[in-house]
Write a new protein. Structure first.
Lengths: 85, 215, 97
């Protein structure tokens, strides 16, 4: 029973990863892409935990998702400022 | 244009089918036994830290250099002036919270740094937490992080500098590059991780919110 | 068995990222697509048969995550400069805003 549940969780997480990744790069607006990529990063943290790699989960949460989110949001803001000028 | 997009999509589908069929036949990576066999000599009990800071320490040295190089490169392109580019002034809550989170983040970073030799954690995670706190502070004051002061520059190169010191000291003693003297591995790894954490923190903060002075 | 799921997901993510990197004109989409492709590579590197994954693979992926962030930061700085010089945030022949 537990194994079936874990398999279901893995399949669901896999599906969520692929769908979020696709939506993030489907070309419908950069702001939307940034938000979806941040969600994708959080899903990656879950994947590293599932694969028994807590070191990577920590690094992904702090660097891959945390710092990258700041970088992307800032890039978005700067590109928008640039558009207005 | 549409035709080439379709062609590319088709190529990608073919690639996925081919790569999946190959992947299922590949053996799993198998260096775990080798790492476990010599873990006792590495000076730490965490396998990942043993690989990063001892068995493959040269990779980590170069990784720290890559981070510093990226930060310097981004700084050369950064806007001139004391303020962060784009966006309105921050909300009052952030102004209150930003500076007060710094000590908390410092405690968390020190824990991650210390935990790295035995448990999940380590220099890069600690550095990222430090950078996050510095970034919040920069946002709260709406000021760019600037490398004008010597201290910021020294923090930035702390990691590569510590690594190079150890490497040169080992080489001067006749040992291969970055081989730690017997009995000192644990201490040296903790010290090196401290340097790398400071370096990572400074580099990430400069990458995300760096600004140049007019000089 | 379950480890293989994430290996396959890694390949699919790499393909999605590479496709979008070529096709999407906006630079932010290109940057995010590159990051998605890199995440796919990490998943393939870390695939494990059973139990905890290989420590050497973990160290390689950890290095990769840090380098990916460094590249994203440097790329962001370059793209801001590019947008300032050319006046648009897209690449390719299609005339963007």
């Amino acid at each position: 029973m537990t194994e079936t549940l874990i398999l279901a969780f893995d399949l669901l997480l896999a599906l969520a990863l692929v769908v979020t990744a696709w939506l993030a790069v489907d070309g419908r607006g950069p702001g939307r892409a940034v938000v979806l990529y941040i969600i994708f990063g959080f899903l990656m943290v879950l994947v590293w935990m599932r694969l028994d790699a807590p070191d990577l989960a920590l690094a992904e949460a702090a660097l891959g998702t945390g710092v990258t989110a700041v970088l992307l949001i800032e890039l978005l803001a700067r590109l928008r400022v640039n558009d207005r000028e | 244009m549409i035709v080439s997009e379709r062609l590319l999509a088709l190529l990608m589908l073919l690639f996925v089918a081919f790569a999946v069929s190959v992947l299922l036949d590949l053996p799993a990576p198998g260096l775990a036994a080798a790492v476990r066999g010599r873990l006792a000599e590495s000076g730490v009990t965490s396998e990942v830290t043993a690989v990063l800071l001892n068995f493959r320490a040269l990779d980590t040295l170069l990784e720290a250099v890559v981070l510093v190089a990226a930060a310097v490169g981004a700084l050369l392109l950064a806007p001139v002036g004391p303020h962060l580019g784009g966006g309105p002034a921050p909300a009052p809550l952030l102004g209150w919270l930003g500076p007060r989170l710094l000590p908390l983040a410092a405690v968390l970073a020190i824990y991650l740094w210390w935990a790295g030799s035995a448990r999940p954690g380590g220099a890069f995670q600690a550095g990222a937490v430090l950078a996050g706190a510095v970034l919040l502070r920069a946002l709260a004051h709406h000021r760019a992080v600037r490398p004008d002061r010597l201290a910021v520059g020294l923090l930035l190169v702390a990691g590569p500098l510590a690594f190079l010191t150890v490497a040169v000291a080992a080489a001067a003693g006749g040992a291969p590059l970055l081989r730690y003297p017997a009995g000192w591995a644990g201490t040296l790894i903790v010290a090196l991780e401290g340097g790398v954490a400071l370096s990572v923190g400074a580099a990430l903060a400069l990458l995300a919110a760096g600004g140049r002075s007019a000089r | 068995m379950n480890g293989a799921i994430y290996g396959v997901v890694g390949i699919v993510l790499f393909a999605i990222g590479l496709y979008a990197l070529f096709v999407r004109p906006h630079v932010l989409h290109k940057l995010i697509a590159g990051n998605v492709a890199v995440s796919g590579v990490f998943l393939v590197l870390l695939r494990s048969g059973h139990g905890a994954p290989d420590p050497v693979s973990q160290a390689m992926v950890l290095t990769g995550i840090v380098v990916a962030v460094a590249i994203t930061g440097f790329a962001a700085a370059l793209l801001v400069r590019m947008a300032r010089v050319t006046g648009r945030a897209t690449l390719g022949r299609s005339s963007g805003p």
